[in-house]
Design a protein around this ligand. Structure first.
Ligand code: NAP
Length: 182
């Protein structure tokens, strides 16, 4: 797959490395932007309060399948129910949210775990299959929470729980499984 990641920091740069290892073509853009017209999938990995500015600097955004990884620690723009909806209002393609509840600092240790860690995701129907595949190709087990509405906001609102847990135990993996599957 041809993937353009907007943001090449801990999340964007980290996912780019994982997906390149899995055989994908990945271009990671920094704050200066660039062109995404070749992309089959666009991944947004910039600070939640920089989404509008970051997307403005990227050309070739034209309805691609989009995966939003962002969280927000400042006030929310009340025009959008979630950051994913804000991103969809610009790119316009089938949209999903994932990787927002997992720690970039632990990406390199995924392969060394006894069981595959989960990554929760919310997705519109036409983004679901590609998102599940890319979560798997990054080394995680995809766990679907439902459609973008209300799934994306549920994931964003869970960031306070993630931070509280990280305050107790540092960066962590998690696994959701049905009884008998662990
Ligand atoms: N770190 C984590 O473990 C983690 C986990 C889950 C979710 N998240 C979320 O994922 C997103 C990315 O986090 P990160 O930790 O990867 O951040 P980061 O390491 O600070 O990287 C941010 C990236 O966004 C780019 N960017 C584009 N426009 C920007 C602007 N206007 N202002 C600032 N940066 C801009 C930066 O460009 P340059 O390279 O040119 O500076 C950089 O590549 C955030 O929404 C964060 O809340 C992070």
């Amino acid at each position: 797959m041809n993937i353009t990641v907007i943001g090449r920091g801990r999340v964007g740069g980290g996912l780019a490395r994982l997906w390149e290892k899995a055989g994908h073509e990945v271009r990671a853009l920094g704050r200066d932007g660039g062109d995404a017209s070749d992309a089959d999938v666009v991944v947004v990995a910039v600070p939640g309060n920089s989404i509008a500015e970051a997307l403005q600097r990227v050309t070739g955004l034209k309805g691609q399948v989009t995966i939003d990884t962002t969280n927000l620690y400042t006030e929310r723009d009340s025009a959008f129910p979630s950051l994913s909806h804000q991103i969809k209002s610009v790119i316009g393609g089938p949209t999903a949210k994932s990787f927002s509840t997992v720690f970039a600092s632990a990406y390199e240790q995924i392969g060394a775990q006894r069981v595959t860690p989960s990554s929760l995701y919310a997705a519109e129907p036409d983004a679901k299959g590609i998102t599940a595949r890319l979560i798997g190709d990054a080394g995680f087990d995809p766990v679907y929470v439902g459609d973008l509405d209300p799934g994306a906001r549920l994931l964003e609102d869970s960031s306070a729980l993630t931070r509280a847990l990280a305050g107790q135990m540092g960066p962590f993996f998690y696994r959701y499984a049905r009884p008998g599957e662990l």
